[in-house]
Ligand binder design. Structure first.
Ligand code: SF4
Length: 200
């Protein structure tokens, strides 16, 4: 299985140039550097705006409404990530939350592709099933799948890890929460492989 190569700043800027041409805006309530949701140090990106999942006990209902100040240009967000990842070396990647609504699909997919291009890890939290998530967001390194139930942390969620074969096939394998939380301390694939290659 391949491992990701860390890109140079120049490669990162080449990736950025495509986005800057499009001038894409997205609603982001806040970002923070955290290792609370994964075994990696990540820039957590919290989108605001409608969430298709409408979990009964949503812990983030305030994010359902986007505020004028949430409007952020995607290029600026990516520059911030590059600064933390390549320039300062203090994060391993990005984690994107609050993605599940069509108005956020494009931005999420761009962020996932961007991470792949420069060697950052990407994690997407979603209430969709895995196949829908892949169609909407592309191939994140990890998908954490499942709706929120009151009182749980990630206990009722499913965890999927992306693997890439030497021939370039992309495969997802389901791993346990324990394997997910220890993913930074193990080499090689985890868990039993469920091989998927959906059309996107
Ligand atoms: S997926 Fe998250 S933000 Fe969306 S309704 Fe459920 S708990 Fe709230």
């Amino acid at each position: 299985m391949r491992t990701k190569d860390r890109a140079s700043g120049e490669e990162a800027l080449t990736t950025l140039s495509t986005v800057s041409k499009n001038g894409i805006m997205v609603n982001v309530r806040h970002t923070e550097i955290s290792c609370a949701e994964s075994p990696f140090v990540l820039m957590n990106i919290h989108f605001s705006g409608p969430c298709d999942n409408a979990c009964k006990d949503c812990h983030s209902k305030a994010l359902w409404e986007s505020k004028p100040l949430d409007k952020t240009d995607l290029e600026g967000l990516m520059r911030e990530a590059i600064q933390y990842f390549i320039d300062s070396g203090i994060i391993d990647g990005i984690c994107i939350m609050g993605t599940d609504n069509p108005d956020k699909y494009e931005a999420t997919k761009i962020l996932v592709d961007f991470a792949a291009n420069i060697g950052m890890r990407s994690i997407v939290f979603t209430g969709y099933d895995l196949m829908t998530a892949i169609r909407c967001y592309g191939y994140a390194d990890y998908f954490v799948v499942g709706k929120y139930h009151k009182g749980e942390w990630h206990e009722n969620k499913s965890f999927y890890k992306l693997l890439e074969s030497e021939s370039g096939d992309l495969l997802y394998t389901e791993i346990s929460m324990h394997e997910y939380l220890n993913a930074n301390t193990k080499g090689g694939p985890d868990g039993d492989q469920i091989q998927l290659r959906p059309e996107i």
